[in-house]
Design a protein around this ligand. Structure first.
Ligand SMILES: Nc1ncnc2c1ncn2[C@@H]1O[C@H](COP(=O)(O)OP(=O)(O)OP(=O)(O)O)[C@@H](O)[C@H]1O
Ligand SMILES: [Mg+2]
Length: 236
């Protein structure tokens, strides 16, 4: 159950987006002083079999991306979501849930660690977990998360470096918030500043995100072509 991946020998490997993904997760966790800084390392230095990067302008488009991804997902698939606080991980999972046709609503599972959304149409259930408070792989094992994995699509927020051993391959989706120009021009995001001016009901406005979808292991080696076709982004 805790076999590490060996996707590194893939002949079709493309450059790993490790710099962006590691940086995003590390900086966010660093803010809270929690978690480890070894996300990229824990991927075993493995290169993804396929990697697509795309720009997502707003929350609605993030849900659409999730729905499109859902069309590629099968029972036993594992999706690991990385990205700083408020990056849009749960928003993406909402789209995945819609695309899979599971019972909602999909909300942040922060206080329950994991939640199962049963399929409404005979497909795989969605297991939505949040590993933010988990400090080690041991604790993840303790959750018995793998009980339903063969019949479910499992999506884990903050799971990078913790849960990859639950499956023989995984999709790692890294959401980066390009903080550069927009942050300098507009100051901190409204949600972080506690303001709601001109924003949506939860105080946030649409802001572009950079999303990297990387597939690891034989599962995504064979599905690489389908992934590239389904996602309107740039490879690499
Ligand atoms: N391009 C975008 N993609 C996704 N969400 C966006 C985008 N622009 C703005 N948002 C807003 O950012 C917020 C993202 O919240 P969400 O709960 O999905 O983040 P999260 O990564 O799950 O956070 P956490 O780390 O706390 O779990 C939402 O309020 C959403 O409306
Ligand atoms: Mg979340």
């Amino acid at each position: 159950m805790s076999e590490r991946l060996s996707a590194g020998q893939s002949a079709t490997a493309e450059p790993a987006p490790s710099a962006a993904s590691g940086g995003g997760a590390d900086s966010a966790r660093g803010d809270d002083g929690a978690g480890s800084a070894d996300g990229a390392e824990m991927a075993g230095g493995a290169r993804p079999a396929v990697s697509v990067r795309l720009s997502v302008p707003g929350a609605a488009q993030m849900r659409q991306l999730g729905a499109r991804l859902a069309g590629l997902l099968r029972p036993a698939d594992l999706v690991v979501l990385a990205g700083s606080l408020g990056a849009g991980k749960t928003t993406l999972v909402q789209g995945i849930g819609e695309g899979l046709g599971v019972r909602g609503p999909v909300t942040s599972p922060t206080f329950v660690i994991a939640r199962v959304h049963p399929s409404l149409r005979g497909g795989p259930d969605l297991v939505h977990a949040d590993a933010y408070r988990l400090g080690s792989r041991l604790e993840v094992d303790d959750l018995d998360l793998d009980a339903d994995l063969d019949h479910s699509v499992t999506v884990v927020e903050w799971g990078e470096g913790l849960v990859e051993g639950l499956a023989s391959g995984h999709l790692r989706i890294t959401i980066d918030r390009p903080a550069t120009e927009s942050a300098a021009m507009t100051g901190p995001p409204a949600a972080l500043a506690g303001g709601t001016e001109g924003g949506t009901e939860d105080g946030t406005e649409d802001q572009p995100r950079s999303v990297t979808v990387a597939g690891y292991g034989a599962r995504w080696e064979s599905a690489a072509g389908g992934l590239r076709l389904a996602l309107p982004g740039s490879a690499g």
